[in-house]
Every structure is written in C-alpha cells, then in structure tokens.
Design a protein around this ligand. Sequence first.
Ligand code: SF4
Length: 89
Amino acid sequence: MSHGTGWRQRAACIGIDPRAFFPIGHHARAQVNAARRICAACPVRQQCAAFAIETGERNGIWGGMTQQQLRQRRRRFTSRAKTSTRAAS
Ligand code: SF4
C-alpha cells in the first residue's frame, strides 16, 4: 500500500513489500497469517480497516482483516448507514 500522508506514515507495514498484503497462489494462507501478524502490532489498524471499508477495497489484508472479514464489516457499515439515513428522514 502507499504510505503517503496521515495515518499511513505510522503504519507497521512501511518498508515491507506490499505484495505481502495481497496473498495469492499456493502459499496464500501462510501469507495471510504473516500479514496479519504484522497488522496485529500496527498502531493504525483501525484507520486502515476504516479506509478499506469506506473505499471498498476488494483485495488484500487491511487492518489485519481478510477480505471475508472486511466484507462482513462493510455490510454492517452499509446497513447502519441506511438505518441512520432512514431514522433522520
Ligand atoms: S493494519 Fe496492516 S496493512 Fe494496515 S497499515 Fe497497519 S500494517 Fe499496514
């Protein structure tokens, strides 16, 4: 991932090959686990996960979450947003 500005400058993955967070192939499970170990120590996990959910990232490990976990969070986020929109109108 790019580490341009803001929270990204404090990311634990700075200097790590971004491909480590986009697992593919036969070793994908091991890559996912390795990426999640890095994320576990990251001080900006929450910001990273929120960014991925809000921008609809469809690939990679973000905030220590797999794509399946991100999809579940995104669904909850979307359904909460719809509920609050309805409540406000
Ligand atoms: S949570 Fe993981 S992918 Fe996100 S910035 Fe931190 S180390 Fe990088």
